[in-house]
Design a protein around this ligand. Structure first.
Ligand SMILES: [Fe+2]
Ligand SMILES: [Fe+2]
Length: 251
């Protein structure tokens, strides 16, 4: 097996392909040896002439080879043909990304505005409301409908797993910002949490920006129109090239 991309998550899919290829190869070997053994017993009992035995052995070899070619058929984890269904919400979620990119920019500005005095607190509270009103519902809808549909289309072992784990970390950072903002509202709380609030806001801004770029790269395969802002263009061919492949008839 050869991995053509520098992404560790593809290693799991490569291992699954290798295991399936090995299982089919062992089954083909068992089939060929079993039939050959039966033919030898029949020949030893005088039920087969030498010529018939030779012809039968050739037939058994061909049958074993044809069986092994089953490795070329799509496996249970391979990509399913067809586009992502409309009710998966691909158009809606990609349209919301422009607003989320603006939210990431607001996070950066809010982090930069944090100083010794709580002048940035109103902006942070507005941001906190946006996180709960826009970002977290967006993620939940992706995990409910869009990711499962995209995973079936992409095939492989848990292709959306890395993006789901980023969602989890984004949600944890949003919760941390809410908790820190609650402390900051108390008397004398601002000085206590301002440095940590700044770190958390910058961490969320960086992770959200990275997540949007990674998500658009994955979903670009299904989008007919390019993403509106900071987006990767559709690249079905490139996405297919990046999938791990078996070499020398390996699957
Ligand atoms: Fe998204
Ligand atoms: Fe997402």
């Amino acid at each position: 097996m050869v991995l053509l991309v520098d992404r560790l998550d593809r290693a799991a899919e490569a291992v699954a392909i290798a295991r399936r290829s090995r299982r089919i190869a062992l089954q083909a070997i068992g089939l060929g040896m079993g039939l050959s053994g039966a033919a030898m017993v029949a020949a030893a009992l005088g039920l087969l002439t030498p010529l018939a035995g030779a012809v039968l052995q050739e037939g058994i070899d061909i049958a074993a080879i044809l069986f092994a070619l089953a490795a070329l058929r799509p496996g249970a984890d391979d990509a399913a043909p067809g586009a992502v269904p409309a009710d998966a919400g691909l158009a809606e979620r990609t349209a919301e990304h422009a607003g989320l990119q603006r939210l990431a920019e607001r996070l950066r500005r809010a982090g930069e505005a944090i100083s010794d005095t709580p002048t940035a607190l109103p902006a942070i509270e507005a941001l906190e409301a946006s996180l709960h009103a826009e970002l977290l519902p967006h993620q939940r809808e992706e995990e409910r409908a869009l990711y499962p549909a995209a995973a079936r289309r992409l095939g492989g072992h848990d292709p959306m797993g890395p993006l789901v784990r980023m969602h989890t970390e984004i949600e944890a950072l949003a919760a941390r910002i809410s908790a820190l903002a609650a402390i900051a509202r108390r008397e004398g709380g601002w000085a206590e949490v301002a440095p940590e609030l700044r770190r958390s806001i910058f961490a969320l801004e960086a992770l959200l920006t990275l997540h949007l770029a990674a998500e658009e790269e994955v979903l670009a395969e299904f989008v007919e129109e390019p993403f509106s802002a900071g987006a990767a263009p559709p690249r079905r061919a490139a996405a297919e090239v990046e999938r791990p492949r078996a070499v020398a008839g390996g699957r």
